[in-house]
Ligand binder design. Structure first.
Ligand SMILES: [Zn+2]
Length: 165
């Protein structure tokens, strides 16, 4: 018997930043600040990410490009490397991503690439909690309840036979 299944997800969409929760807005502003520190001489697409940890600490990251393109790193993985390296026991609860053009906030919200989705999924698996994903552009902000919506049928530790605590 063949079954056809369907995967869908819900997300919140905000057109005005004033409608956002103050914690979420603070995280978006931190992500925009992170974007200002990006090193993106090739794409000129400056992306920032900010992670709120359970303690309230906010950790930022930015994209860091390289003349050897695969050696560059995205803002999301830069922020996660920062948080795990410096606060390994302080669980991320939310991750905001924002992009800047040369002189303004990018109109469209940035969405994490496949590599970053996989790394965010690993972090959710490591900490045992969903991470709220906030994608923020100038005119629209999306709030998504965890990475599984953006990476359905994901490959993770459950697919491996290792017994990781
Ligand atoms: Zn990425």
């Amino acid at each position: 018997m063949i079954r056809t299944n369907n995967i869908s997800f819900s997300y919140a969409e905000y057109e005005k930043t004033e409608e956002l929760d103050s914690d979420d807005l603070e995280l978006i502003i931190a992500a925009r600040g992170g974007a200002l520190n990006a090193y993106a001489p090739y794409s000129k697409f400056k992306v920032g990410a900010a992670i709120r940890l359970a303690s309230g600490i906010i950790v930022r990251g930015a994209n860091i490009e390289n003349a050897a393109f695969p050696s560059g790193i995205c803002a999301e993985r830069s922020a996660l490397s920062n948080s795990i390296s410096n606060h390994p026991h302080d669980k991320p609860i939310a991750l905001a991503i924002a992009a800047m053009t040369e002189d303004d906030i990018a109109d469209d919200f940035p969405s994490p690439c496949g590599n970053c989705r996989q790394v965010i999924a690993e972090e959710e698996s490591r900490i045992g909690n969903k991470i709220k994903i906030i994608l923020s552009g100038k005119n629209k902000t999306l709030i998504i309840d965890g990475i599984s919506s953006l990476l359905p049928l994901q490959f993770n530790r459950k697919n491996l036979k290792f017994n990781i605590p």
